[in-house]
Design a protein around this ligand. Structure first.
Ligand code: HEC
Length: 148
């Protein structure tokens, strides 16, 4: 029982603070300092942050009844250099990325009342990939959900 609780708290820590790195091996300290960023963030990390900011702008736009279009080119997800390149090259990343692209395009074509639902679908695709490959930012990405 105690062991289980310990395990759960580790899993929780990974989810809350782990970003993409899992502290399950000796290099975990090195990887963690990566997050604090002594050497510069990867191209993919910077691009993801830009996607987040652009999504936040669009979310606010939808809430205020504006006609908001996403500016970033989602194809860059497949070419930008990642902190852990093997992750971006993985089958899971490629599949989740394609699913995201479809949701992105559906949102860009959405009209009127459909925008809110299709934007939520897009955010769920961000989260789906993050659940598999990079749980750390999920809490932040959840801010892109509408409150009601
Ligand atoms: C196909 C998988 C995938 C999809 C889809 C995806 N991400 Fe990511 N995301 C990643 C990976 C992998 C990283 C780690 C990048 C790195 O460190 O090189 C990441 C990193 C991030 C980060 C952290 C960047 C930092 O500061 O280090 C944020 C924030 C983020 N993504 C937001 C989003 C948002 C918002 C979306 C949807 C619009 C999204 N992601 C869609 C895989 C994905």
């Amino acid at each position: 029982m105690k062991y289980l609780a310990f395990l759960c708290s580790i899993i929780l820590t990974v989810l809350l603070f782990g970003y993409c790195s899992q502290p399950n091996n000796e290099t975990s300290t090195d990887k963690k300092t990566n997050i604090v960023n002594p050497n510069g963030d990867s191209e993919l990390a910077l691009f993801m942050r830009y996607m987040y900011d652009d999504c936040m702008r669009v979310k606010t736009g939808i809430e205020e009844g504006g006609a908001e279009t996403l500016e970033f080119d989602p194809d860059k997800m497949f070419t930008a250099h990642a902190t852990e390149p093997e992750k971006a090259a993985s089958e899971a990343y490629q599949q989740m990325g394609k699913a995201y692209l479809a949701a992105h395009e559906a949102y860009q074509r959405a009209q009127g009342d459909d925008k809110k639902a299709l934007f939520t679908g897009l955010v769920n695709n961000c989260i789906a990939c993050h659940q598999q490959l990079c749980p750390g930012p999920i809490r932040k990405i959840n801010n892109l959900h509408f409150e009601n």
